[in-house]
Design a protein around this ligand. Structure first.
Ligand code: HEC
Length: 245
């Protein structure tokens, strides 16, 4: 069927539209949604988007034909679309090479099965009620955060870094079994509810049989108020928000 005019088509070719949808969905999931989705979930959703686009294209003969003309360079396109088409096809080998390279590259990260980034909390954590004054990031006062800064810089910055990026001076020697968390990482405290973070600070990772990390337990050294203020500063400095259930 298609609307052919001397071999040049009107409107946007479906190949370009498909590209915009794919790239757009990816950007939306990786950079717009807050808190950001974990990358495994993004890949999973992308699979749906790709399948959706393919189903749309293969639903009508005209679309299939148009799409095949597009990818086989048979259709004449508007110069801009043509440049995009060429760019994409030239990029594909580089993209594949990069994917293969990242898959086979030797990595010093601990294997995933041994070190889940977030250990399973004890039962009390799930039902734990965060104190009213600390529960909503929108109401965290500047004074509380400023106090938290002092605790953070004294107790946490040596490992987690002054910038909350996991690069404190001690971090260099605390690589095994797992390095101090970079709080700016979208997969770290941005994925955690406050009750969970409170538990991790209180009980640490040393006594925790699942983990045995160098993260100290702070319950003897800090009272609850101090811990909450520290958590407020930690999120503020990292520029992320806790997850809500
Ligand atoms: C001796 C180094 C060290 C110090 C000091 C330290 N941490 Fe940690 N922390 C770690 C390590 C290593 C991890 C990663 C392993 C783990 O989660 O147990 C971690 C993990 C965490 C996590 C869990 C993050 C996640 O994504 O699951 C939180 C929250 C945390 N630290 C907060 C703090 C706070 C708040 C302080 C200061 C009161 C602090 N840490 C002081 C080493 C340290």
């Amino acid at each position: 069927m298609g609307n052919r005019m001397n071999g040049e088509r009107e409107g946007m070719p479906s190949g370009i539209l498909a590209l915009i949808i794919l790239i757009g969905s990816y950007i939306l999931m990786r950079f717009v949604i807050s808190p950001p989705l974990p990358s495994a979930l993004t890949n999973f959703f992308m699979l749906f988007v790709i399948v959706g686009v393919l189903i749309h294209i293969t639903l009508e003969d005209g679309r299939i034909e148009e799409f095949l003309d597009f990818i086989s360079f048979r259709s004449r396109l508007h110069p801009i679309y043509n440049v995009i088409r060429w760019t994409v096809f030239i990029m594909i080998p580089f993209f594949v090479t990069y994917q293969v390279y990242s898959a086979v590259k030797i990595s010093y990260a601990p294997p995933g099965e041994l070190f889940q980034p977030h250990v399973t909390p004890p039962e009390w954590v799930v039902g734990f009620k965060v104190p009213e004054w600390a529960s909503d990031p929108a109401t965290w006062g500047r004074g509380l955060i400023a106090e938290g800064k002092i605790y953070y810089e004294n107790h946490c910055a040596p490992c987690h870094g002054k910038e909350a990026d996991g690069r404190g001076p001690e971090a260099r020697v605390l690589i095994y079994p797992i390095p101090p968390t970079n709080f700016k990482d979208p997969g770290a405290i941005a994925q955690l509810p406050l009750s969970y973070v409170y538990w991790r600070v209180k009980e640490g990772g040393v006594r925790d049989r699942q983990f045995m990390s160098s993260m100290p337990a702070w319950e003897e050294e800090m009272d609850d108020e101090e811990i909450w203020k520290t958590i407020m500063y930690m999120y503020t400095k990292a520029g992320v928000k806790p997850r809500t259930w």
